[in-house]
Design a protein around this ligand. Structure first.
Ligand SMILES: Nc1nc2c(c(=O)[nH]1)N[C@H]1C(S)=C(S)[C@@H](COP(=O)(O)O)O[C@H]1N2
Ligand SMILES: [Mo]
Length: 334
């Protein structure tokens, strides 16, 4: 027996779930891309609302699943990874940054989302004939959708309220969703497939065609306060010692360039708009000490207002280029 409100579960439930999942996937990436408060907040709040939207659709989807004549393996797999993804997401928000078996909740969350994509593709191919119909845009449907959105908003606000009252880590997370750790506790972090290299003593960085010894960079360094906000769920405020690229590369040499390409000895690279030169720092120390091997020794980039994956470690070269900064993968590939 199905309760009356759930009796209408069907094509529209599936469609709503698809839209909410696609939106969650997109806002998740946007949250990783954003570096400053307002875009970060918009992306993470949107992501949270959509995640709650998935949970709210569970009763209806359960009815749909119960009616299905046959459950395919890909569909069951999809269900399992979405459950893991949601659980990891809520753990990230309410429990905070923890490392279980070498993985943080966000890493499990993102990993599960990745696995979900091909499974969802198979599932959608099997259930193709469920597209929108003109009747979906009738007043009653629009009102139902609005009611659903309000429900997600109320639940979101309620969960935030509970977090505040109970003093949970969720109440202290910043706009990007990251949780604070002490500067001395910053974990050496690899974006994806990169490896910690061996950088020989006497390393020199090629800065716009000029070889600069690390000792010279260290001698010219000034203090820079910056927040390293990693996409794996933590951030740390620290005092770095570095020299800005604006100081190292005279303005007249920058006039014809569109971007600055910073490459690691590992090949890991990021490209920045030329206007950012004064906000890119070649750092040789942090908190009054030289860098450690895992965290970029002898020299790494410090980029206030950009997420951690922009902070190229073990810098080999800084090049001026005519290629615009947007002509690169939005996220590193190694
Ligand atoms: N060469 C290189 N630089 C890199 C990475 C990497 O994998 N390779 N990871 C980035 C990421 S994702 C972050 S969060 C910071 C982490 O810096 P840390 O190891 O000092 O905490 O370095 C960035 N710089
Ligand atoms: Mo990161």
């Amino acid at each position: 027996m199905t309760r009356p409100v759930l009796a209408r579960a069907g094509r529209r439930t599936n469609l709503a779930l698809l839209i909410v999942l696609a939106g969650a996937f997109l806002t998740g990436w946007l949250a990783f891309a954003a570096g400053t408060t307002v875009p970060s907040r918009l992306a993470t709040v949107g992501h949270g609302l959509l995640g709650i939207g998935v949970v709210l659709l569970v009763p209806w989807k359960t009815v749909v699943v119960q009616r299905a004549p046959l459950l395919r393996l890909a569909s069951l797999g999809l269900l399992a990874v979405i459950v893991v993804c949601l659980l990891a997401g809520f753990i990230e928000v309410f429990v905070g940054y923890r490392v279980f078996a070498g993985l943080s909740p966000i890493q499990v969350h993102v990993g599960a989302a990745f696995v979900a994509v091909p499974l969802l593709a198979v599932h959608l191919l099997r259930h193709r004939r469920q597209g929108p119909r003109r009747t979906d845009f009738r007043r009653r449907q629009v009102l139902r959708t609005a009611g659903f959105a309000v429900g997600a908003g109320v639940l979101y606000a309620g969960l935030e309220g509970v977090g505040h009252l109970a003093g949970l880590p969720s109440a202290r997370r910043i706009a990007s969703g990251s949780h604070r750790i002490a500067a001395d506790a910053m974990p050496a972090t690899i974006w994806f497939l990169d490896r910690v290299p061996e950088v020989p003593a006497g390393h020199r960085v090629l800065v716009a065609g000029v070889e600069v010894p690390v000792s010279e960079l260290a001698a010219r360094a000034v203090g820079v306060r910056a927040r390293l906000d990693c996409t794996s769920g933590w951030y740390a405020d620290a005092e770095w010692s570095g020299v800005s690229l604006g100081t190292l590369i005279p303005a007249d040499r920058r006039v014809d360039a569109s971007s600055i390409l910073v490459t690691s000895v590992t090949g890991y690279r990021r490209r920045f708009p030329i206007e950012d030169a004064d906000r890119l720092w070649l750092a040789t120390g942090v908190q009054g000490r030289p860098l450690r091997v895992g965290t970029g020794a002898p020299v790494r980039l410090v980029v206030p207002d950009r997420r951690g994956f922009w902070w190229v470690k073990w810098v080999a070269a800084v090049e001026l280029s005519e290629i615009p900064a947007y002509a690169q993968s939005p996220f590193p590939l190694q």
